[in-house]
Ligand binder design. Structure first.
Ligand SMILES: [Zn+2]
Length: 83
């Protein structure tokens, strides 16, 4: 084995790449895309103020997360006095 591969073998042209043998039918495309949808947004409840909030995120109403205040609100809002 002397010398490298011939230049034609080394260079992978696009037509040498693996390609599907047949096109997929409209039905198959639909079956594949049956799972291509966005999941509905999960909504939980803030344990402190009870307003709806997304899980594992700071409550935007009172700034509470995992036992402490995370957000500081401007005085004009006054939302930090949540129940
Ligand atoms: Zn809250």
């Amino acid at each position: 084995m002397k010398g490298g591969l011939p230049a034609a073998r080394v260079r992978l042209e696009k037509e040498d790449m693996p390609n599907p043998k047949r096109r997929h039918s409209v039905s198959r495309k639909g079956m594949r895309r049956a799972h291509d949808h966005l999941a509905p947004v999960q909504v939980g409840e803030c344990p402190r103020c009870g307003s709806p909030k997304r899980p594992h995120r700071v409550c935007l109403n009172c700034g509470y997360y995992r036992g402490r205040d995370v957000l500081r609100f401007e005085a004009s809002g006054g939302a930090n006095e949540g129940a």
